[in-house]
Design a protein around this ligand. Structure first.
Ligand code: TYM
Length: 343
């Protein structure tokens, strides 16, 4: 039996990378039988590791909850809440800060990317970000964590922290954390540069499809997406497992990205898509991909906008979710404090 936890930052511009890499999988997992509880958290405390406009943060928090529900997460089956309402997350994070080693954090590639040359000027919170993630997961003794590929290293760190806690205190309190990274698009790349991850913070609107984009914008962005001068590749580009060969990913990253997006939106294999389009021009693939995205993504955006018109429903979901999460996490925190000798 498993407990599920995952989080999404309320930093605006939710895009198809967030959806295909993570949120769509949250919805899939709901169908599984061996789940005790699922927690889907709007991680507002993670968001403030970089500057956020307070009004926008509040709005983006509601919008992220709207994205969860519009995508198909059922608030009567899963617990939807925002992190800052449940104080155990921050409290356990402090305890885990005392378990985690500085050397482990120094290896985090996402911190290196985000801090860049500005390392001395970024917040301490940005550095300790992965410890708060570990706390999110461990607050509920969660075992399965559905995420996109970019969070893999953070989850390995969370597992190391849990193991060290168990070892240091001679207990078997925290269970093993397993990342759940699946689907056709675990790493969606920018539509402008196939070597860069699709990101909420990219300056170019044309680099991503936002969940709230209207149909005509989706089509325009896909039509403008960067491709190469070749035609669509054939089946020789796939390995025995039906995945793209590494040289194909390296030489044709934009083409690979569009096909991956297509596979994920349509729940099809790469073989299915390639068999249909091989040898054709990108314009054929792009028109069909735009149709598919308009079909699958635009209704989610429409529903999100509708929900945002009356925020009282979203507020009530977040409040009720936080009450359950608070109770569940407090029980664990009490036991953790007992183990440490803090109560
Ligand atoms: P965030 O808000 O950056 O992203 C939310 C989810 O979307 C996935 N994702 C992508 N997947 C595929 N392609 C992309 N281009 C892409 N961009 C983002 C992310 O992998 C993520 O699953 N640290 C997390 C939030 C978090 C969390 C947690 C996750 C906080 N606590 C505990 C799991 C468990 C983050 O920044 O997500």
């Amino acid at each position: 039996m498993d407990r599920i936890f995952s989080g999404v930052q309320p930093t605006g511009n939710l895009h198809i990378g967030n959806y295909l890499g993570a949120i769509k999988n949250f919805v899939e997992i709901q169908k599984r039988k061996n789940i005790i509880k699922s927690y889907y958290c709007v991680v507002d405390l993670h968001a403030i590791t970089v500057w956020q406009n307070p009004k926008k943060l509040k709005n983006d928090t509601l919008e992220t909850a709207a994205a969860f529900i519009a995508s198909g997460i059922n608030p009567t089956k899963s617990i939807i809440f925002n992190q800052s309402r449940v104080s155990s997350h921050a409290e356990l994070a402090w305890i885990l800060n005392c378990i985690c080693r500085i050397g482990w954090l120094n290896r985090m590639t996402q911190f290196k990317e985000k801090a860049g040359k500005n390392r001395e000027q970024v917040s301490v919170g940005l550095y300790a970000y992965p410890v708060l993630m570990a706390s999110d997961i461990l607050s509920y003794k969660s075992t399965l964590v559905p995420v996109g590929d970019d969070q893999k290293q953070h989850l390995e760190l969370a597992r190391d922290i849990a193991n060290k806690f168990n070892y240091d205190y001679g207990v078997n309190f925290f269970p093993e954390i397993k990342p759940l990274i699946f689907g056709g698009a675990t790493r969606v790349m920018s539509l402008r540069d196939g070597n860069k991850k699709m990101s909420k913070s990219d300056d170019s609107e044309y680099s991503r499809i936002n969940l709230v984009d209207e149909a005509d914008i989706i089509r325009k962005k896909i039509r403008k997406a960067k491709t190469d001068s070749g035609s669509i590749m054939d089946l020789k580009s796939l390995d025995d497992k039906g995945e793209f060969k590494s040289e194909v990913i390296c030489n044709r990253p934009e083409a690979v990205n569009l096909i991956n997006i297509f596979c994920a939106t349509e729940n099809k294999t790469k073989r299915d898509i390639i068999e249909k389009f091989m040898g054709k021009n990108f314009s054929n693939l792009k028109e069909s991909l735009a149709d598919s995205l308009i079909n699958k993504i635009a209704p989610i955006g429409k529903e999100m906008k509708k929900m945002m018109q009356d925020s009282s429903y979203l507020e009530s979901i977040l409040k009720e979710g936080a009450e359950i999460a608070d109770e569940d996490s407090k029980k664990n925190l009490f036991e953790i404090k007992n183990i440490i000798g803090l109560n």
